[in-house]
Design a binder for this molecule. Structure first.
Ligand code: SF4
Ligand code: SF4
Length: 529
């Protein structure tokens, strides 16, 4: 067995996996109405391609990737678009976002699906197909995969491609079931990744509490050169930097990415969607999601994106009594939802209906006693209590000096703190404040640049006007310039002209060189006198 390289910190958690991993993946419901957010990924929101009244087919692109870091969005079933507007979505901010709402016609009519012979394609063409198929990281991060599959511009060669099947959070079992049941599809998707990235080695990391998944994946990897590695069940082994350390011994730089040490990492479910896109011509319109906790029949559903959580919970027998909180993701890194009417998205790997027993009881918060327990469990090698002090004191610069943004919000520190300080909440608060301040700074800088550009435009227009005037009347300009140069003379002339003149009965302008206008004015002046 190959050597593993344990990461610092981490925790043994109560697993709660058997509640949902005993039954095979079930198909999700076909809802009457689906709400499909146009932002289901990190990066720019997809650009809507449909409007109210349009008929759509299952798999039709309804949102186009807008920019390099973006991904396409597709209709999960056939029907009619009844709205394109902002709706509640599952996001920690609780803010609504732009969605395409589709009323299903119940027929599930597909677009024409075209499998792809990917080995014949140029890499950029292949990446474009994946981008247009809406492939993003399904482990929860939802980062567009086409970007991670592009190494052009990187100095180094890819040493290791890691497929992440660790699934370390308690309660979540969707990857476990996917590996057990669809290992062939996962490996087919992995072949596409290998074709694009040409890594020196391929490692598949799976926690050792999933023996069936390890067996299924090992069987499919026979003869491929890919190595399945069983890793100890220790939270958060599925977090990217920790898995990279575990499998390769490499430390990802504090502010860096695994690619900085020659490693790229993808979730097993992402590999499966690549297989569906390439071998079946199907974009990402569904995902396997764990529905668990206080529901009557916990399990895993292969559900259409856009399905309301309430219908998924209904399919799992509905809520049992005393559900305190609905969480998207696991209990450690997930977030609470305000409603079960929000739709399933690509990032949603788990819906946890938590009762009071499942939640960490809220206990009175005491002052930090500097015990150092949080430091011992922090897998990111941070000083959680220092981060806490600075976040609490709103000393955000200092919090950043202590690498606030390297905190993966795993919750290990909060879990062991004897003073019950909700440490992660302080870090999230500090991060949000820093992002808000950055936004304000960017806005102020934009306003300053606009103001500067306006001043420059006004000055340019003024100079252009003056140039035009000079072109139109060179004589006048010359005179104006003369006047400018001989200001003293002009004053003398004006004083002389202002002096009372003797009345002349026979006005004569001969030889004076005055213009017609000046003559008239002078005449009028005499009349006034
Ligand atoms: S575990 Fe809690 S009490 Fe102990 S040092 Fe960290 S923040 Fe302070
Ligand atoms: S939440 Fe952040 S600070 Fe706390 S243990 Fe995890 S990585 Fe460390």
């Amino acid at each position: 067995m190959s050597r593993l390289f344990p990461f610092h910190g981490g925790l043994k958690t109560v697993r709660h996996k058997t509640e949902s991993n005993r039954q095979p993946i079930q198909p999700g419901p076909l809802p009457r109405r689906l709400t499909v957010p146009l932002r289901q990924h990190i990066g720019a929101i997809a650009k809507a391609l449909v409007q109210v009244g349009d008929s759509v087919l299952k798999g039709q692109m309804i949102g186009q990737a807008d920019g390099y870091i973006s991904a396409a969005v597709h209709a999960p079933t056939s029907g009619v678009v009844v709205a394109v507007d902002t709706r509640p979505v599952p996001h920690p901010s609780g803010l609504p976002d732009l969605c395409v709402v589709i009323d299903s016609d119940g027929e599930n009519r597909w677009i024409e699906r075209q499998p792809v012979v990917y080995r014949a394609l140029h890499p950029s063409e292949l990446r474009n197909i994946l981008r247009n198929a809406g492939i993003v990281g399904l482990g929860g991060a939802a980062f567009p995969s086409a970007v991670k599959l592009n190494l052009s511009g990187q100095d180094q060669h890819l040493e290791t491609l890691i497929l992440n099947g660790a699934e370390c959070e308690p309660w979540i079992t969707c990857d476990d079931r996917l590996m057990r049941e669809r290992a062939a599809g996962i490996i087919a998707g992995l072949h596409v990744m290998v074709h694009l990235l040409e890594p020196r080695e391929v490692l598949i990391g799976i926690e050792d509490d999933k023996p069936e998944a390890i067996a299924a994946m090992s069987e499919m990897c026979a003869g491929t050169g890919y190595a399945v590695r069983s890793v100890p069940t220790r939270y958060p082994s599925g977090s990217v930097k920790q898995l990279v350390k575990l499998l390769t011994g490499k430390e990802t730089p504090v502010e860096g990415l695994p690619i900085d040490v020659g490693v790229q990492c993808f979730n097993v479910a992402t590999a499966y969607t690549i297989h569906r896109a390439i071998d079946h011509g199907e974009p990402v319109i569904s995902r396997v999601v764990t529905v668990t906790g206080h529901v009557s029949r916990p399990g895993n559903l292969d559900a259409l994106l856009g399905t309301p959580f309430a219908e998924l919970i209904e399919q799992c027998g509905g809520y049992r009594e005393k559900v305190e909180r609905l969480i998207m993701g696991g209990p450690m890194m997930g977030f609470a939802l305000h409603s079960d009417e929000v739709p399933l998205t690509k990032a949603a790997n788990c819906i946890l209906a938590a009762s009071a027993e499942e939640l960490t009881p809220t206990r009175p918060v005491a002052p930090c006693i500097r015990c150092g327990a949080c430091v011992e469990v922090c897998p990111a090698n941070l000083l959680p209590q220092q981060l806490y002090w600075h976040a609490r004191a709103k000393e955000f610069d200092k919090a950043q000096d202590y690498h606030l943004f390297s905190c993966i919000e795993c919750g290990c520190c909060s879990a062991v703190c004897p003073s019950h300080i909700p440490l992660v909440q302080y870090y999230r608060y500090a991060k949000n404040e820093i992002w808000a301040q950055e936004k304000e700074k960017q806005k102020a800088e934009l306003a300053r640049q606009r103001h500067q550009a306006r001043l420059e435009r006004l000055e340019r227009e003024k100079q252009e006007r003056e140039a035009k005037l000079r072109q139109k009347s060179p004589a006048r300009t010359a005179k104006a310039e003369d006047s400018g140069a001989g200001g003293k003379l002009d004053i003398q002339t004006a004083v002389a002209q202002a002096k009372p003149q003797p009345l002349s009965l026979i006005p004569s302008h001969e030889g004076t060189g005055e213009s017609e206008g000046e003559k008239t004015d002078q005449s009028l002046g005499k009349q006034d006198v």
